[in-house]
Design a protein around this ligand. Structure first.
Ligand code: GLP
Length: 242
C-alpha cells in the first residue's frame, strides 16, 4: 500500500519527511529507526536537528540501524557512512554510540561481518520506520540491480553507475570503494513502515518503477510494491513521469 505525496520543492519534502519521523518517535519513544545516507535525506536530518533544538522531538530512547557502509572505510573515515550519520544527525541530537547499529566496513571475514549485523537486526525484530533514498538505477541501500533479490545482509560489488554517482563525495573517482556491505531486500521489507524520498530528476525513472506493476530484481526498488506500508515523498522534478 503506497501513500505518496508530490512536494513543491526539496525543503517541503524534507519538512514533511521530518514530520513523519517525529510522529513515529512521539508515538513510540523507543522506536527503531532505519537511517539512510546520501544527499537526499540531508534536508530531513537538518529539519530533525532543528526540531530537536526546539524540543519538539527527543532521540534519547530510539535505536538506530543504518542500511549500508563502504567496505574498507573505518567509522572515522571522512567518507564513511558512519561518519556521515554522526556529522549530520547523531552527533547533533544527543544520540549515543550505544544506540547506533551499523554494518562494519572493516572486517577479516566478510561472512562473519554480515552475520553479526543480521544477529543485531534479528534481535530487534523489526525496524519501525525505515528511511530510504533511491539510486538512479533503482538501488535501495546498496542493493544493486541483479538477477535475484538478496534477502539478508551481504557484500555487493558496486556498479559503475553508482561509483560515478557517488564520486562527488570523494576527491577522485578512483577513491570510491568498489564494494559495500548492505542490508538485504528481506531486511528492508521487514520494516513496519518505509519512507522513500526522491528529489533529483535523475531518479524519475527509478521512482516510476514503484508504480509499474512489475517486480524485477534488475530494478531493486520495484519490490517495494509488495510492501503493505510505504510513504513515497517526491518533488515535482521527479513526479513528471508518474
Ligand atoms: C547511495 C546509498 C543509498 C542512497 C543512494 C542515493 O549509494 N547507498 O542509500 O539512497 O545512493 O544517493 P543520493 O541521495 O546521494 O542521490
Amino acid at each position: 500500500m503506497f501513500q505518496w505525496m508530490v512536494c513543491d520543492h526539496y525543503e517541503e519534502m524534507s519538512r514533511q519527511a521530518a514530520q513523519i519521523v517525529a510522529r513515529q518517535i512521539q508515538q513510540k519513544p523507543d522506536s527503531v529507526i532505519g537511517f539512510a545516507t546520501g544527499s537526499t535525506p540531508l534536508g530531513l536530518y537538518q529539519e530533525l536537528v532543528r526540531m530537536y533544538h526546539n524540543k519538539e522531538v527527543s532521540f534519547e530512547r530510539i535505536q538506530t540501524f543504518n542500511l549500508d557502509e563502504y567496505v574498507g572505510l573505518a567509522k572515522d573515515h571522512p567518507q564513511s557512512y558512519y561518519r556521515f550519520m554522526w556529522d549530520h544527525l547523531f552527533g547533533q541530537v544527543g544520540i549515543q554510540e550505544s544506540q547506533i547499529h551499523f554494518p562494519s566496513g572493516i572486517f577479516q571475514d566478510a561472512k562473519q561481518a554480515c552475520e553479526e549485523y543480521e544477529i543485531q537486526l534479528q534481535r530487534i525484530g523489526a525496524i519501525d520506520l525505515q528511511i530510504l533514498g533511491i539510486g538512479a538505477n533503482g538501488h535501495i541501500g546498496f542493493n544493486e540491480p541483479s538477477d535475484v533479490f538478496v534477502m539478508g545482509t551481504h557484500i555487493v560489488q558496486l556498479t559503475e553507475r553508482t561509483i560515478e554517482a557517488n564520486a562527488r563525495f570523494f576527491q577522485d573517482k578512483s577513491e570510491v570503494p568498489r564494494q559495500a556491505i548492505t542490508m538485504g531486500i528481506g531486511n528492508i521489507m521487514k520494516a513496519r513502515h518505509i519512507l522513500l524520498l526522491a528529489n533529483d530528476e535523475s531518479k524519475a525513472e527509478a521512482v516510476q518503477s514503484l508504480f509499474s506493476g512489475v517486480v524485477d530484481p534488475r530494478v531493486p526498488a520495484s519490490i517495494l510494491q509488495l510492501h503493505p506500508n510505504v510513504s513515497v515523498l517526491v518533488t515535482s522534478e521527479v513526479a513528471y513521469l508518474l
